[in-house]
Design a protein around this ligand. Sequence first.
Ligand SMILES: C[S@@+](CC[C@H](N)C(=O)[O-])C[C@H]1O[C@@H](n2cnc3c(N)ncnc32)[C@H](O)[C@@H]1O
Length: 282
Amino acid sequence: MNNDEQIAYWNGDAGRKWAQRDALMSRMLAPVAEALMDHANIEDAKSALDVGCGGGSETLMLAARLEPHAEVLGVDVSAPLLEVARQELASLGDAGKGVNFVEADASCHDFGDQKFDLLFSRFGVMFFEDATEAFTHLRSAMQPRGRLAFACWQSLANNPWTALPLKAALSVLPSPPPPKPRSPGPFAFAESEYITSLLGDAGWNDIVVTPHTISMDWEDSGGFEATAREMVNTGPVGRFLADVDSITRDAVHAAAAEVLAPYFQNNSLSLPGAVWLVTANN
Ligand SMILES: C[S@@+](CC[C@H](N)C(=O)[O-])C[C@H]1O[C@@H](n2cnc3c(N)ncnc32)[C@H](O)[C@@H]1O
């Protein structure tokens, strides 16, 4: 399986930009990690693997939630994001004992003899070229009856925080070819039946896919216009802006600002989002 395109993406501009904004992103996405931990019945795990751990904020939340001596390993392909994770870990001193990070492709990495009780992920498992093969491999790193718990996005239509700025951007930019359904990316697991069938094919049992709604709250980063720019640049629309000239980029930001303005209230740009909370057992 070849995940080179995603590995290059998360080590390029996108990974570096996310790394710079990781503190803001981790505050915004903390409720998703909390909802998943509350939902997934994970408390007994003594060892956990956090797949696509990024800047590691949810890895550290997970470690704090599990048994005092739990071992938690965060795995990610992005060097810039892992640098953030390792800095955060170092700042914890002894409180971070038991947590480690490894730079590797989770879909094929050899995790050695260690078998995990829990495979956890917040938005880190939708980027595999061959998802069934990846989840089969990950299952082989689990204890018998090991638990799977991950959060992923529902469809674009159920996520106005991306759909609205995307529509605005495409009123300015030429439409890209429609993405192949289920191809690697934030919305690869939009269809719950697909998640159920791919996890079943990968040998997981007791698969449950539960809808959960969230509010995506971008903190005020210097007034409405600056906050809207931040949101557009950081979210999936940012992918379309990497190679455009500054006039086009400004036009996209102006179009997005128009549709986002009603959502800026109390110093926060808040739009609805919808995720799947997915659980299964080995
Ligand atoms: C949307 S980010 C989520 C990061 C983090 N879990 C969070 O919620 O803040 C997706 C992460 O998955 C990682 N990723 C993508 N493909 C991967 C792979 N094959 N193996 C490990 N990590 C991967 C990316 O580098 C990125 O850090």
